[in-house]
Design a protein around this ligand. Structure first.
Ligand SMILES: [Cu+2]
Length: 66
């Protein structure tokens, strides 16, 4: 599982946009996004850089969390 810090989400629409973007990345089996925590969790074998790029393309800032 990979945890991402996601900045810029303000509502459930943002959550869904980020979640869908993550699910489109090859290798992603499951994605959960928390608006309150500003975090996302991804299961699967996706390239972390591809995940960050997918979120960025939706207009949010993401980085890999510890
Ligand atoms: Cu929103």
């Amino acid at each position: 599982m990979l945890k991402l810090k996601v900045e810029g989400m303000t509502c459930n629409h943002c959550v869904m946009a980020v979640k869908k973007a993550l699910l489109r990345v090859p290798g992603v089996e499951k994605a959960e996004v928390s608006l309150e925590k500003g975090e996302a969790w991804v299961e699967g074998q996706a390239d972390p850089q591809a995940l960050l790029q997918a979120v960025a393309e939706e207009g949010y800032r993401a980085q890999v969390a510890g």
